[in-house]
Write a protein that binds this ligand. Sequence first.
Ligand SMILES: C[S@@+](CC[C@H](N)C(=O)[O-])C[C@H]1O[C@@H](n2cnc3c(N)ncnc32)[C@H](O)[C@@H]1O
Length: 195
Amino acid sequence: MPLDQAHAIRDARLAELHPQLDAALRGRTRLTLEVGCGHGHFLTAYAKSRPEELCMGIDLLEDRLARAGRKSKAAGLSNVLWIHAEASLLLQALPPHVRLGPSIFVLFPDPWPKRRHWKHRVIQPAFLSMLAERAEPGTQLCFRTDYAPYFTEASAVIIGHAAWRVDVADTWPFEEPTVFQSRAESYQSITARRR
Ligand SMILES: C[S@@+](CC[C@H](N)C(=O)[O-])C[C@H]1O[C@@H](n2cnc3c(N)ncnc32)[C@H](O)[C@@H]1O
């Protein structure tokens, strides 16, 4: 796709997201975010256990979000939002008064095993910088994957990023298997705190 066409699509999506987020987040200052929430198993259970937090699950696939919406509605939850958005665009469109915290989850993201596709992996230094810009001090970033090479690479990126501090004594804040977790033979996790 030519660059100007890609930029036009991005700008159009941002123009849709800005008013949607302004309306959804009016009067709210703090948000727990799950990037690539899929069918919403994890975040629905998390939101139920943390009624005092506002939670937002984002994904590229609308059918997965629709399923997530049905799940949280059936659970009677009013503290979880499902937004159809790409992660970087979401962060660009987030109203300036809204901070990310106390948690950010990236669970079983697409592993993109082929080297030429690594640029599509969500954990990248620039993305961690964008998250850090919007996160409160102390916000916990929680990453989990069943693809060992991605875990190795993502851990190096997180540990090497100046805005995030890994504390091996830190614990995973909440357990509920995602769809991909329930299919995985094993997985690895890392957490970090916004400095
Ligand atoms: C492998 S699935 C995992 C879904 C869920 N976290 C789980 O563990 O069951 C990865 C999800 O991330 C979404 N995704 C991939 N890249 C994304 C991005 N840049 N922004 C938002 N969602 C993304 C995909 O559409 C997909 O639903």
